[in-house]
Design a protein around this ligand. Structure first.
Ligand code: UDP
Length: 326
């Protein structure tokens, strides 16, 4: 299969490309390197530096390479930023996504995987969160993914494009060669590891008065390799099956304090922590039910244990203390 991966120089995209190539697939990466890193692009992938805002560029890439499927990772991805700069999300994520969908439809691409998000479920009635949970986007970021999910419904109905929407919970971990390098970094695990590397004095715990066993927020941390494998399984399943939506997590939650303590155990560093104010918009607990993808595709996380996740992330940070160099 030939797969075009938008955002294939970013964190989850680049690791999915690594796994696709390992699985013997052909890959074309399309990335503007705004947040991604050229060094993260697998050397066996064809790399096109291009911007989805440029409709001609993405259409030319699809026309030239004629992919069997598309995995769409490229977007603005920060919940907090989207509350402050909503139009970046409500306009750019959507118009760029539409440029991609229109080109894909025109060139008869029949399989599409969307990076979607747990931020669709801001007010869940049940925990763990299943695919039948009602959708209440928690931010303009979540809304931009919700709109993309809706557009895909029409791609399927009008063009026979089969799609899978994968709603990620907290992606984390690394492979030996690729890991998490955002600027600015906002995610808990890489920030905690920056403290252990001596690059940051302490970690802030955003609130310890939540309705959870230790008072800090509980999240479902899923290893990026397990996420990547879910993309590959879904892409293959779309060949002869219907479109689908899956929630992707480990199915068990860890608190912010548990993450920090595990990182102390793994790194041997005391990792000073300080309780600060709550971060606006954080719910107490978010845990995914991934029963549907387990049942339908036989997906099984290989790195579900928090200690393993943090060990793998730590190994990458130690070998790449300044992230990607380019
Ligand atoms: N968090 C924290 N301190 C930080 C960064 C994050 O306490 O410096 C908490 C955050 O409030 C949330 C959890 O860690 O409960 C995971 O946050 P992250 O930003 O990694 O992912 P999100 O859940 O926002 O996707």
């Amino acid at each position: 299969m030939k797969v075009l991966v938008t955002g294939g120089a970013g964190y989850i995209g680049s690791i999915t490309v690594e796994r696709l190539i390992k699985a013997g697939e052909e890959v074309v990466v399309f990335d503007n390197l705004f947040q991604g890193h050229e060094d993260a692009v697998h050397p066996e992938a064809v790399f096109i530096q291009g911007d989805l805002a440029d409709k001609g560029a993405i259409e030319a890439a699809i026309a030239e390479h004629r992919p069997d499927g598309i995995m769409h990772f490229a977007s603005y991805t920060l919940v907090g930023e989207s509350m402050e700069r909503p139009f970046l999300y409500l306009r750019d994520n959507i118009t760029n996504g539409l440029n991609l969908l229109e080109s894909a439809a025109k060139h008869n691409v029949k399989r599409f995987i969307l990076s979607s998000t747990a931020n669709l479920f801001d007010d869940p009635e049940n925990m763990p969160i299943t695919e039948t949970e009602r959708i209440v986007p928690g931010s303009p970021y979540g809304e931009s993914k919700n709109i993309m999910e809706r557009y895909l419904y029409w791609m399927d109905r009008l063009y026979g494009m089969r799609y899978a929407c994968l709603r990620y919970f907290n992606a984390c971990g690394a492979t030996e060669e690729r890991g998490e390098d955002h600027d600015p970094e906002t995610h808990l695990i890489p920030l905690v590891l920056e403290v252990a590397l001596g690059q940051r004095e302490k970690i802030a715990i955003f609130g310890d008065d939540y309705d959870t066993p230790d008072g800090s927020c509980v999240r479902d941390y899923i290893h990026v390799i397990d996420l990547a494998e879910a993309h590959i399984l879904a892409m293959r399943a779309l060949g002869d099956g219907p479109s689908r939506k899956y929630n992707l997590g480990n199915g068990r939650g860890y608190s912010v304090k548990e993450v920090i303590q595990t990182a102390r155990d793994v790194t041997g560093h005391p990792i000073p922590a300080e309780i600060t104010a709550r971060r606006p918009g954080d719910p107490d607990i978010l845990i995914a039910s991934s029963d549907t993808i387990r049942r339908e595709l036989g997906w099984q996380p290989q790195y579900a244990d928090l200690r393993t996740i943090i060990e793998m992330a730590w190994n990458w940070h130690v070998s790449h203390p300044n992230g990607y160099t380019k």
